[in-house]
Design a protein around this ligand. Structure first.
Ligand code: FNR
Length: 380
């Protein structure tokens, strides 16, 4: 499969997946205004070509926290990723190892963190939530430590799960047994179903020690409601004290919150609106990024996700102060469309686009891209 852009990959993925998971990946909260806003924000910026700059050598590798990244992006945590096709969690880990792109494993992964981390050379980060039962969170932190994970990503933008109309329509997080409509859709997506069912219906293996349901649909119904909605800054302090490694706080959209995260000891702040799956309408992440970068100063490491689809989006976000960006849905689509090979193809395709754009903008390294900043851009 040759990578010619994410639209094509998305189409193939949507053709392969049953409706339940197609909608789960594509959907957003309420009116899905934020999903669109995330994309539209990038369309307001153009990158100005420069000439005669000697761009015969362009390096796009960069360092972020403990990770030597081949390119300035990472694979963001995507719950139920292993439902994109059988073994998808491992495919992502292997692609991470082969491409040197970090992969953040979701709390809601089909395979256990221990098994994913066993993939040799994978650059794994572990995403966690603080659950109502702190013992679960404490155990997950210990598990990450025992797996040798150096960075925890604490997601803080999900005190509740808002209505996501597509999931609601499909009964996702509501039904504990597949409906007739779902069974029909599984039959239509027969290649997906054959691949999955041959191995038995998967469950969220990462949560299995905590008894949140016996089947995947039961777990889907229970797990999100176990995230503690009463979290405060005290809990972030608690978590910081529990975890000696690097800590990223994901889901920060306000400069004051970013300042507070750094004060509590976060090593990095991830500007994210969960890909438009939480507050709707929320601002696009690209629109709030500059204020957050300004609020925590040049030493603060800010990363962002939500709406990144092309190399130009990566360059635009970095020019506005993000150290790195995350890809959520593109990861899921690539795995659904063509497994590990398609994901590696997509990563290579994005790297090529970033290289092209940097060369045409007269920039030869990520360091120089950051130094040039918004002088590279023109608002249109
Ligand atoms: C997510 N995201 C997410 N984030 C997180 O911290 N833990 C999780 O388990 C999940 N699960 C999840 C499932 C699906 C299907 C999607 C699409 C997203 C959010 C994700 O990490 C990231 O913030 C967004 O996906 C970024 O937006 P784009 O790249 O999808 O536009």
């Amino acid at each position: 499969m040759v990578f010619v852009g994410l639209d094509c990959l998305q189409q193939t993925a949507e053709h392969m997946l049953p409706r339940l998971f197609r909608d789960y990946v594509a959907g957003g909260a309420h009116g899905e205004v934020t999903v669109l806003a995330n994309r539209n924000a990038f369309k307001k910026w153009a990158i100005v070509p420069r000439c005669l700059c000697n761009v015969s050598q362009v390096s796009i590798s960069t360092q972020w926290l403990d990770y030597e990244c081949a390119a300035p992006f990472m694979l963001a945590p995507v719950g139920f990723l292993g439902m994109m096709r059988y073994g998808a969690d491992f495919m992502a880990a292997r692609a991470s190892a082969k491409t040197k792109i970090p992969f953040c494993v979701s709390t809601f992964s089909i395979n256990a963190l221990e098994d994913i981390c066993a993939v040799e050379g994978a650059h794994v980060l572990a995403q966690i939530y603080v659950f109502r039962d702190r013992e679960i969170t404490r155990d997950m932190i210990n598990r990450a430590r025992q797996c040798g994970v150096s960075t925890l990503v604490l997601t803080v933008d999900t005190p509740i799960t808002p209505l996501r109309p597509r999931d609601e329509k499909n009964g996702f997080r509501r039904l504990t047994h597949p409906s007739l409509g779902q069974l029909v859709s599984f039959a239509q997506a027969w290649r997906w179903s054959l691949g999955m069912m041959r191995h038995g219906m998967p469950v969220l293996g990462n949560l299995q020690p905590y008894g949140m349901g016996r089947t995947l649909l039961e777990q889907a119904k229970t797990a999100a409601s176990q995230i503690d909605p009463s979290l405060t800054w005290k809990d972030l302090e608690w978590l910081r004290a529990q975890w000696g490694g690097k800590l990223v706080v994901k889901g920060v959209m306000h400069p004051d919150d970013a300042v507070q995260c750094v004060a509590v000891g976060a090593d990095s702040v991830m500007v994210s609106n969960h890909g438009g799956r939480q507050l709707d309408p929320a601002p696009a992440t690209l629109d709030v990024l500059p204020d957050i970068v300004a609020s925590i100063g040049p030493a603060g490491s800010v990363v962002m996700d939500s709406g990144i689809r092309r190399g130009a989006d990566v360059v635009c976000a970095l020019a506005q102060g993000s150290s790195l960006v995350g890809l959520g849905r593109p990861l899921a689509w690539a795995l659904a469309a063509g497994g590990e090979a398609a994901l590696i193809e997509m990563i290579g395709g994005l790297q090529g686009e970033i290289r092209d754009i940097m060369a045409l903008a007269g920039i030869t390294s990520i360091e120089k891209l950051h130094a040039a900043g918004t002088t590279l851009l023109r608002r249109c």
